[in-house]
Design a protein around this ligand. Structure first.
Ligand SMILES: Nc1nc2c(ncn2[C@@H]2O[C@H](COP(=O)(O)OP(=O)(O)OP(=O)(O)O)[C@@H](O)[C@H]2O)c(=O)[nH]1
Ligand SMILES: [Mg+2]
Length: 270
């Protein structure tokens, strides 16, 4: 599985990759901007083969001056594109910055499963940091990634770094899960029975059937009598219902509504 390690400059991305590989293969330095282009390394762990893509730190647009820095940022974004999962590395000492939110929302928009990795946790005690509070802050600021797992590691000491790989494996299982159409329709029936679809223009909206059409991210298409009638909150309800029913927690899922195709009739309203 392809895992991109992304984050701001100096978060410790290359250090984490080295620690996982067990050798100092990627260049590490206290100077932000050490890694200039995406570098792939392979690792076998727990019966899985990982392609770890170490990337250049993503800077704020304003501070991107030189041509090579622009290239570095584009290359990191591209690495995210070709990965299945993304490790968003956050420097515990530096805390969460706006740039982290941007990177996270980019990953989310691309439908990548994200693990938030708080690095440099060896400094936590000195900095008076508590895991629960830090996690709470991340959940609050990255509400759109409410389901992403959060892990605390030290690339320097190696503490808990392999936990991250185990988390990646568990998340990948969800991310690549394919659910049969019968199961999807049972889940949809349960969900609509528990909570009726809304009334739109005097008519109750109805789900006709649904199916998973894609994995990574899990994508569902739902045929309905009146797709426009399914407003945001009901869509969110269904998304959460499917997420819960199939144990997709932590992985992104998407739902699209389609109008039922009627034979010999044009779409339109009476
Ligand atoms: N205390 C502490 N320092 C760390 C840890 N991980 C990395 N560092 C230090 O942080 C600095 C940056 O580490 P790198 O691994 O080069 O960071 P990077 O994210 O790859 O940085 P760029 O390639 O510049 O984007 C180095 O001085 C590391 O020694 C950690 O877990 N704890
Ligand atoms: Mg680096």
């Amino acid at each position: 599985m392809k895992v991109a390690i992304v984050g701001r400059p100096n978060a410790g991305k290359s250090s984490l990759v080295n620690r996982l590989l067990g050798e100092e293969r990627h260049l590490v330095s206290p100077i932000p901007g050490t890694t200039m282009d995406a570098v792939d390394s392979f690792l076998d762990f727990g019966g899985h083969r990982f392609r770890l893509i170490d990337t250049a730190g993503i800077r704020r647009k304003r501070s991107i001056g030189r041509q090579v820095e622009r290239f570095a940022v584009v290359s990191a974004l591209k690495a995210m594109d070709r990965a299945d999962l993304v490790l968003l590395l956050v420097d515990a000492e530096a805390g969460l910055a706006e740039q982290d939110l941007k990177i996270a929302s980019f990953a989310d928009e691309k439908g990548k499963a994200v693990v938030v990795v708080v690095n440099k946790w060896d400094l936590a005690r000195d900095r008076d940091l508590e895991a629960e509070k830090v996690a709470e802050g991340i959940r609050y600021q990255m509400a759109f990634l409410a389901h992403a797992p959060i892990r605390f590691v030290s690339a320097k000491t190696g503490k808990r770094v392999f936990d991250v790989l185990e988390t990646v494996v568990a998340l990948a299982e969800k991310h690549f899960r394919r659910v049969g159409t019968g199961e999807v329709n049972r889940a949809l029936r349960d969900a609509t029975e528990a909570h009726q679809p809304p009334v739109h223009r005097g008519r109750r909206t109805k789900i006709l059937y649904g199916a998973q059409v894609k994995v990574a991210p899990a994508t569902f298409v739902i045929a309905a009598n009146d797709p426009e009638g399914f407003h945001f909150s009901y869509r969110r309800y269904l998304t959460n219902a499917l997420r819960e029913h199939f144990g997709f927690d932590g992985a992104p899922i998407r739902i699209f509504f389609r109008a039922r195709k009627k034979k010999g009739h044009r779409k339109g309203r009476a």
